[in-house]
Design a protein around this ligand. Structure first.
Ligand SMILES: [Zn+2]
Length: 140
């Protein structure tokens, strides 16, 4: 919305998820109180003291090729799942739908990650055979 307001004067730039700040990319992903809670619940147990809600820190973490294996996969998959979920929720509310309680969205996205890891478990000898166990061990 910070970009829309540059060509559409008078457009409401307020973040529709927290109603507490101007909606920019960095705010939506994941400075926002609402979206930040989703990102935290997904990745806090993996990133621990490296956990951040800052876009440039996060994008550099997911681009770090030295972070591979289960933690690398879980962080990258969580990132794409969280960005998708927040963008979809943002658009739903923008179009008049009732906002989803954060606990419900957290459950939904966590289930999506678990389903993905469950499917990857079936790749015999693959790097993610114990990805689901890893995911459970990182839930805080
Ligand atoms: Zn917000």
């Amino acid at each position: 919305m910070d970009r829309v307001s540059k060509w559409s004067l008078g457009a409401d730039t307020t973040c529709i998820l927290c109603k507490n700040a101007v909606e920019s990319r960095n705010h939506l992903f994941f400075d926002c109180d609402y979206s930040g809670q989703l990102w935290k619940s997904l990745t806090m147990g993996i990133l621990l003291t490296d956990h951040s809600k800052n876009w440039s820190v996060i994008t550099s973490q997911i681009s770090d090729s030295s972070r591979g294996g289960k933690s690398g996969f879980c962080i990258r998959y969580s990132f794409q799942a969280a960005v998708y979920a927040i963008w979809r929720e943002r658009n739903r509310v923008k179009h008049g739908e009732k906002p989803m309680p954060i606990a419900m969205l957290q459950k939904l996205v966590d289930k999506g990650v678990r389903n993905k890891l469950s499917l990857m478990k079936m790749v015999k000898g693959g790097a993610m055979v114990d990805g689901l166990e890893y995911w459970f061990s990182t839930r805080v």
